[in-house]
Design a protein around this ligand. Structure first.
Ligand code: M6R
Length: 607
């Protein structure tokens, strides 16, 4: 993944690059670096750790420059360290930052081994030397970049500068996003427009295979065939509600959990209101597609995959057969496509490499059409899909996804309602009305925080936890386990209750908390039966249950948290909220890095 920022300006751009990197830390945060050209001298400053460590180093060293590139890294080749941090330089003339994976780097490295000293373990360094190799022959920077990238196999976004051409930068994008920011007498590049919002609101999203030359006064773009091309300029008017500030909360994740009532209200706007489904904002062709759809294939990763699993319950209730698969698995197998099958990708960022690659693969298969459910309107996934339903969660900064997940569930339910309407399947009025209650219901559940803190204290020292649920509460158990793993590094597993007796019951003892999510009704009763099996084997139960569930049989040594009455249709959306708080509070007690857990990145833009 990694984040790239670069620029060619009149002023010293070091502060712009560092601010850009801070905004891109969601893409990786294990090391960072900046390369600046000042008076024909190339300065490189790198640091292991977060961007702030680099910022302090840059300040102390007083390096500056009006042309520069910068990078925040998420290690793929080589451990997180200063030597593996970008930019990578060649002969103190060329400096390069790269996001992606170069598949043929060993071959190129072998070719250049006798000519260059390789200082890092990265695949990226070979690109810097390869560009220099061609540059040394011709002294033509542009030609050298073009020659070098024509040799690369794999995915990349890169930005490169040359000491002898201080007013020029090249940026190339293939299979990894890159945006050109247009300023007045200055131009920039970045992995995400968010990095450049303090300096411009005008952007060009490079298309796959594009190469751009950036200077102060102009920029030129060539397409994948080397033909000079024009790309549409897009304007971002607003920075978005989560403009980087924690607004009084201790962590972005905490803020994002507490934002859920308002972002869900925003996600519902113009879609479900006063007990009615509104379709005025939906393209008629899309409604036609929904009418024709007989099968749905959902593809996603991580939390977004869990949202897909929840949706399967709702869609199949409507008689639409639905398959849900993690993108990385969908990619490497033969896929049989059912007749009239609609392909749906789900992603918060819209930049997840596996999900994007799955969509590209699916586009070559005979699907009825391609819809994405995404949180970022300008993302690669939205641009590559024929239809998009946006989640309107606002920028999510915490690596652990929270508000994006509940917003995805709302949009997926809205989609199910659109399908029902298109197919003239009746929808109960009470179902539609329930959605209007979600913001208030989540506010009510957020008030359980003090009780949840006590539960967090009970599980914080556990080595392992098990999460259980039945029906749509099972994917909620999966999501709750993922949140706990990411934030606290406690091992957590999730099972459908009925599977317990097929093996996992062997794990039960008094040291492992078993956390169950119990809805009202028949499924809840069945879950309670399974919990009695756990109790009979000395297991330690923590039960998050709808207040209508009879939990009197749970012994006093165990914990029951009543969720109050949660309407069945919205139970999955509501029940995850206290479990997000559980993971958050547990991480607080353990003192882990909540917004940026170890080894992770917000946006996984490599395979
Ligand atoms: O941006 P996406 O929704 O495509 O991201 C998918 C996963 O990488 C993401 O959900 C990840 O699992 C989160 N860290 C979960 O909290």
């Amino acid at each position: 993944m990694c984040g790239i920022v670069g620029g060619v300006a009149e002023r010293n751009i070091a502060p712009i690059l560092l601010e850009g990197l801070k905004r891109l830390e969601y893409r990786g945060y294990d090391s960072a670096g900046v390369g600046l050209i000042e008076k024909n001298t190339l300065h490189i400053c790198k640091a292991a750790g977060k961007v702030q460590v680099l910022a302090d180093k840059v300040k102390a060293s007083k390096v500056r420059g009006s042309t520069g590139i910068a990078h925040t890294r998420w290690a793929t080749h080589g451990i997180p360290s200063e030597k593996n941090a970008h930019p990578h330089a060649s002969s103190e003339e060329i400096a390069l930052v790269h996001n992606g994976i170069i598949e043929n780097y060993l071959e190129i490295k072998a070719e250049l081994a006798s000519k260059y000293e390789f200082k890092s373990d990265t695949d990226s360094e070979v690109i810097a030397h390869l560009i220099h190799f061609y540059y040394a022959q011709s002294q033509d920077f542009a030609a050298a970049v073009k020659q070098a990238i024509s040799r690369l196999k794999g995915a990349y976004a890169l930005a490169v500068i040359c000491r002898n051409n201080p007013r020029q930068m090249f940026a190339a994008s293939r299979g990894a996003p890159l945006v050109v920011g247009i300023g007045i007498g200055e131009h920039f590049v970045a992995s995400d427009s968010f990095a450049l919002l303090p300096v411009t609101r005008q952007f060009i999203y490079l298309e796959d295979g594009d190469l751009a030359e950036i200077s102060r006064e102009y920029f030129t773009i060539w397409d994948k065939n080397g033909k000079e091309t024009e790309r549409q300029v897009q304007e971002i008017l607003q920075e978005g509600s989560t403009d980087g500030a924690k607004a009084g909360y201790s962590h972005f994740m905490q803020k994002e959990i507490y934002e859920q009532p308002s972002v869900i209200a925003a996600t519902l706007e113009g879609r479900i209101h006063a007990g009615e489904i509104q379709t005025t904002s939906i393209a008629p062709q899309f409604l036609e597609r929904l009418k024709a759809a007989e099968h749905i294939q959902i593809i996603a990763c991580g939390t977004s995959y869990h949202a897909g699993l929840v949706a399967k319950y709702r869609l199949e209730e409507l008689g639409i057969s639905t398959a849900v698969e993690v993108a990385s698995e969908y990619l490497y197998r033969q896929n049989a496509v059912a007749k009239n099958s609609l392909f749906i990708s789900i992603s918060q960022s819209g930049e997840t490499a596996d999900t994007l690659a799955a969509l590209e693969k699916a586009k070559k298969l005979p699907y009825l059409d391609y819809l994405t459910i995404c949180n970022v309107a300008e993302s690669a996934l939205v641009r590559a899909s024929n239809f998009a339903l946006l989640t309107r969660a606002g920028r999510e900064i915490g690596v652990a996804s929270t508000k994006a997940f509940t917003s995805q569930l709302v949009v997926l339910d809205f989609l199910a309602m659109l399908i029902s309407q298109a197919k003239k399947t009746p929808i109960k009025n009470s179902t539609i009305t329930a959605y209007g209650n979600i913001p208030a219901e989540i506010k009510r559940l957020l008030e359980l925080n003090e009780e949840i803190k006590k539960i967090a204290n009970e599980i914080k020292d556990a080595k392992s936890c098990m999460f259980l649920g039945r029906g749509a509460a099972y994917p909620i158990a999966c999501e709750a386990a993922l949140k706990l793993k990411e934030l606290t590094y406690i091992h957590a597993e999730s099972y459908p209750c009925g599977e317990l007796k097929h093996g996992p019951l062997a794990l039960i003892d008094k040291t492992m908390p078993v956390i169950a999510i119990v809805q009202a009704g028949e499924l809840g009763e069945k879950t309670m039966n399974n919990l009695h099996e756990v109790q009979a084997r000395g297991g330690r139960l923590i039960v998050f249950a709808d207040s209508r569930v009879n939990t009197n049989t749970i012994g006093e040594e165990n914990i029951v948290l009543s969720l109050g009455v949660c309407q069945e249709e919205i139970f999955p959306i509501l029940s995850i909220v206290p479990l997000q708080l559980l993971a958050y509070n547990c991480a607080l007690l353990k003192g882990t890095d909540i917004d940026q857990p170890r080894n992770l990145a917000k946006s996984v833009t490599v395979e």
